[in-house]
Ligand binder design. Structure first.
Ligand SMILES: [Zn+2]
Length: 354
């Protein structure tokens, strides 16, 4: 008989041991009868869903191969599987089409929910799952979500249309808004949310402190170092004395507050994070700590039915039996040990087009 010895797992082993978390989504498309572009095809929605599915399971390998070496991190794998696995499979598809009034511009998330309730009544918000609405949003809003909630809305224009944001005029129809709003639902604030301690003690411990959105940051391959780097972010602008038109006078970053050597480490902010405001092509990852925050938040979020299941390739989760729950929210084991009565942060966060 041998005595067992507890082995403390390393970080990588711990990540490997973290179970896959499954959560269901219901998608409601708010259609303006006078604008056929708002009647999004299931194939368009599916593309957004599949992109988010890759991101939240660490499968966006092309993007992750460009992860920069100079702006915090590392990237993490959230290990969150967004069901339904196959949105085109009728057995698990939940895409609803609802007509709004003609030419109606929806006032953010509240406007989306109101429009859905006009037609669907109490069914507008389905319990236990993430309710995703697509509609025409006012004032160039890209999306809005409740942090640690169960509702989010993305503008129809962010799906396959040439809408733009940022000074580089990069497209933002690649699905990053969808992922960004899911990040809010899963408990994340922006990388730049301006807390008093953001420079000395950043909100997310593996990200550099930041208090201004990055709109024009980009990923750049340095042929000398053979590494990808984050450039044109607020810290670089402060170091180079660049004036950003929309944000008034500098400083835009923690450079001066921290007395940073502008040539040194952490001279750059995490414009690569989905929770910043950069172009879709630059938002490529959640950090390791952001992933941990999302997982803990999901497990504490009483509005979501979060279950443990197989990895992203395992689509059999919806075949198990749990009649009291919608089919798309079912996985193998209910996490009953999580009785965390955490107060829900009802903090609405806006993502505005610049
Ligand atoms: Zn946001």
């Amino acid at each position: 008989m041998s005595m067992g010895v507890e082995q403390v797992p390393t970080g990588i082993e711990q990540e490997q041991q973290d179970p896959w978390l499954h959560v269901g989504v219901v998608i409601t498309v708010l259609v303006d009868p006078s604008n056929s572009n708002t009647r999004l095809e299931v194939s368009q929605i599916s593309a957004q869903h599949e992109y988010a599915r890759l991101v939240f399971t660490g499968g966006n390998v092309d993007e992750l191969s460009r992860f920069p070496s100079n702006a915090g991190g590392p990237a993490g794998n959230a290990k969150i599987v967004i069901e339904p696995a196959n949105i085109n499979d009728d057995s698990s598809t939940v895409v609803r089409y609802v007509d709004t009034a003609s030419n109606q511009m929806l006032n953010g998330l509240t406007g989306c929910i109101d429009a859905a309730e006009t037609v669907l009544g109490a069914d507008a918000i389905v319990p236990n799952v993430v309710n995703i609405y697509y509609g025409q949003l006012v004032n160039g809003l890209l999306g809005e979500a409740v942090v640690t909630g169960n509702v989010m809305c993305v503008t129809s224009g962010a799906v396959g249309a040439p809408w733009r944001r940022g000074y580089g005029n990069e497209l933002y129809n690649g699905g990053a808004t969808f992922v960004h709003e899911l990040g809010h639902v899963f408990g994340l604030l922006h990388t730049f949310d301006n807390l008093p301690t953001q420079c000395s003690s950043p909100l997310i411990s593996d990200l550099p402190g930041q208090f201004t959105p990055n709109l024009s940051a980009a990923l750049d391959y340095n042929t000398a170092t053979k590494k990808w780097q984050l450039v044109n972010d607020n810290r670089q602008y402060d170091c180079e004395g660049v004036i950003i038109p929309d944000f008034g006078a500098p400083p835009y970053s923690c450079v001066s507050a921290l007395g940073l050597d502008c040539g040194g480490e952490y001279t750059h902010e995490a414009g690569w994070s989905y929770m910043d405001y950069t172009a879709d092509m630059t938002m490529i990852a959640f950090s390791s700590v952001q992933c941990s925050v999302m997982r803990a938040s999901m497990l504490a979020n009483e509005m979501l039915f979060v279950t443990i299941g197989g990895g992203p390739g395992d689509n059999t989760a919806s075949l198990t039996t749990e009649n009291s729950k919608p089919a798309w929210a079912i996985a193998v084991v209910v996490i009953s040990a999580v009785a965390l009565l955490t107060a829900v942060i009802v903090l609405v966060v806006l993502l505005r087009k610049k």
